[in-house]
Design a protein around this ligand. Sequence first.
Ligand SMILES: Cc1ncc(COP(=O)(O)O)c(C=O)c1O
Ligand SMILES: [Zn+2]
Length: 378
Amino acid sequence: MTNSAVFHCPACGTAYPADRPIWRCDCGGHLNLEPRPGLRRADIDATDASLWRYRATLALRGPPRVSLGEGWTPLVARRWEDVAVQFKLESQMPTGSFKDRGTAVMLNHLLEVGVGPIHEDSSGNAGSSIATYAAAAGLRCRIYVPAAAPRGKIVQIAASGAELRTIPGTRQAVTEAALAAVGESFYASHNWHPFFIEGTKTLAYELWEQLGFAVPDNILVPTGYGSNILGLDRGFDELTRRGEISRRPRLFAVQAENCAALAAAWAADAADYVPFSPRPTIADGIATVKPVRTAEVLSALRRSGGGVAAVPEDEIGPALKALGRLGLFVEPTSGTAAAALRQLLRDGTIRPEQTTVVVLTGHGLKATDKIGELLGVS
Ligand SMILES: Cc1ncc(COP(=O)(O)O)c(C=O)c1O
Ligand SMILES: [Zn+2]
């Protein structure tokens, strides 16, 4: 660890020492953390059964001040479509979603640089993650969520003692409410802050280690803004530069066809965002209309040799039910990744003999209202 981390703005090229609470560049663009050296196998703290076993590669100044034991989630082998698959249970994080990877690292950075009260907007999972970690750290916190967010996520935010603001209308309206509050408290946005991706990069290290210091052929991730895709790209990039791996897994961003910004850009062979018409989807966690780092997510997917899979709405429920029958109880957003694997196996993009990881990003208990409807449970 070192205190020499640097933020860089891809839009205007400005660099900032990462020693102050900022969430974007003065030009309005998003910031990224400059590449880090990464770690070698020998640098892993194998006594720590959490993501902090990779502490040596994180751009923090010191040991974590707040942790709920996040990371080191199970990688479970199952058969899907009669093919061997590894399911990564990010749903078993402290708050029930993968967001805890990004939140834990981002919040520890914010504590190091002396942030005060924070606020955040979210479809629900990042909000409940940040509210929970803020409570654990003793920080005051306000969370903006869509009024239509799953009740489990809203209740979870309330349980942390955070101030809860439910906003009617679109997900974009929720973001605008949070932007309007900039100045009242620090905008600890998981979609903007580069330290969130510094946290999600530990997913790459974990898969590499859990697979016996080898990388899989394919990784499928339910994707809206792309924090896991960018984290995986960053982590595998570090491992490549360290000489620990010699090839990269193909990354597949999985989207709900009804709201698929990345799929629209991919289909147009575009390097950046292209406008599209969003429709409602049961996959609330990935109903993203305008990802902050669209161009970077697209280029990470291209660099990996992977792509984007868009799942029709009527295939999400059956995939969720089939996962349940395998003992994997996840929220509808995560069901999309299993549905996408079905699609990619059928069209030959993924072959049965390959090693494929499906990332299950959120727990079923987050969305029992919607799952109950799908199952016909009254
Ligand atoms: C369960 C779940 N999966 C996936 C995602 C997508 O994450 P990202 O928007 O960073 O791609 C979210 C985001 O809210 C989520 O809640
Ligand atoms: Zn800038």
